[in-house]
Design a protein around this ligand. Structure first.
Ligand code: MG
Length: 390
């Protein structure tokens, strides 16, 4: 029986200074994470994360003011029981957004605790591992400025992706959508030229287009052998997604802004995507993402989790990615084609690189899945104290 005695939250903020960057949607002057720490009645500690996209404070409030009193009153706080009950009790007002991010953080922390209680990594508890390390793709190729200076920006972009490629990635993802299509076309051409044909390239628009402009950009991406086109249109535009997917040959990916099995059911049923990208810290945690993966597999869709958070988010995604099946199965897995990959963000984030006592590293293009119980990681409380705000 898992009974929770204490819930603590930590809002971590790491200013980026001159390393700030831009996507099609926003400037990133800092990185933030909302961590939750659960302590059981017998003193075991579990960690979870939520609230990566927007301000962390609403997620903290959902946790501390609404969910914590209910969690602490439960005699059995097993993750499946907690998920069903707390979701049901907040359904009328919390089907998406901060409540789901809070529930995601709780769920991850509870799985960490179950693993520690049983002395097994989470991957062993949710079906076992198909692989001990996961192919990683590097996310970078952001915008360093909103004003496009072709000489300066194309050189910077080329140098940055070349540096990532030199770290051993077999696949990289770049950002598009902040600039007019003709200028982003120059950026994609630059990246492909610097990487050569041997590296798989993906492009992420963060829903910068409508279906018509997305199709125009998608044709540019196809010319440069881009493997998938992420979030071409806003997440609410299911018809636009389906139209883009129908008109283009490259794979369409999306789902980082979707929540729960019901959100993904609708995304899948509308024929929006070839690849679903649930974020463990957003979509409902480890419990719910397993259900989402089952939905995707029923439609023969690949799952490539979105990962944007701290070391806790990376650890949770690694545990899940190690358990994902090949889609479709082949006797010999083909990396980055039917074998699952994990997103390994390369933008500066001390909360990802410094938070854990043993940071994740890339070895021959792969990241090892921790063997220890639960998430298999240890949080450095000095780093928490360094970046925590009241
Ligand atoms: Mg994205």
């Amino acid at each position: 029986m898992l009974t929770i005695a204490h819930l603590d939250t930590f809002v971590l903020t790491a200013p980026l200074g001159s390393d700030r960057f831009y996507s099609s949607q926003a400037e990133f002057p800092e990185r933030t994470s909302l961590l939750v720490r659960l302590t059981t009645t017998d003193g075991e500690v579990g960690w979870g994360e939520g609230g990566q996209y927007g301000p962390a404070e609403p997620v903290r409030s959902c946790l501390e003011d609404v969910l914590a009193p209910q969690l602490l009153a439960m005699r059995d706080a097993s993750p499946g029981v907690v998920w069903d009950l707390l979701y049901a009790r907040t359904r009328d007002f919390g089907q998406r957004g901060p409540y789901l991010e809070a529930l995601s953080a709780l769920d991850i922390a509870l799985w960490d605790l179950v693993g520690k209680r049983l002395g097994a990594p989470i991957s062993a508890l949710i079906g076992g591992r198909h692989r001990e390390s996961v192919h990683a793709y590097g996310t970078g190729g952001y915008y360093s400025s909103v004003a496009f200076d072709p000489d300066r920006d194309l050189r910077r972009l080329g140098d940055s992706v070349a540096e990532h490629a030199a770290q051993g990635f077999g696949m990289l993802k770049m950002k598009i959508g902040l600039l007019p299509i003709a200028e982003d076309a120059l950026r994609v051409a630059t990246v492909r030229e610097r990487l050569g044909d041997g590296i798989v390239l993906a492009a992420d628009a963060n829903h910068a287009y409508n279906s018509q402009t997305a199709i125009a950009m998608g044709r540019v991406l196809e010319q440069h052998d881009v493997a998938f086109f992420e979030e071409p249109v806003p997440p609410e535009d299911r018809e636009g997604y389906a139209r883009v997917r129908d008109r283009l040959d490259l794979a369409i990916a999306g789902g980082e802004a979707e929540y729960t099995r019901w959100g993904f059911r609708d995304l899948i049923d509308a024929g929006c995507v070839d690849i679903i990208q649930p974020d463990l810290c957003v979509a409902g945690g480890i419990s719910e993402v397993q259900r989402i993966v089952a939905l995707a597999s029923a439609h023969h869709l690949r799952t490539i989790p979105h990962v944007w958070g701290s070391g806790i988010a990376v650890a949770a995604a690694l545990q899940v990615c190690s358990t994902l099946p090949l889609v479709p199965y082949t006797h010999r897995p083909v990396p980055l084609q039917n074998e699952p990959v994990i997103e390994f963000d390369r933008t500066r984030n001390p909360l990802r690189d410094d938070l854990l006592t043993t940071p994740f590293t890339l070895e021959s293009g792969r990241v090892a899945v921790p063997d220890g119980p639960g998430l298999g990681v240890e949080v450095d409380m000095d780093v928490v104290a360094q970046y925590a705000s009241e």
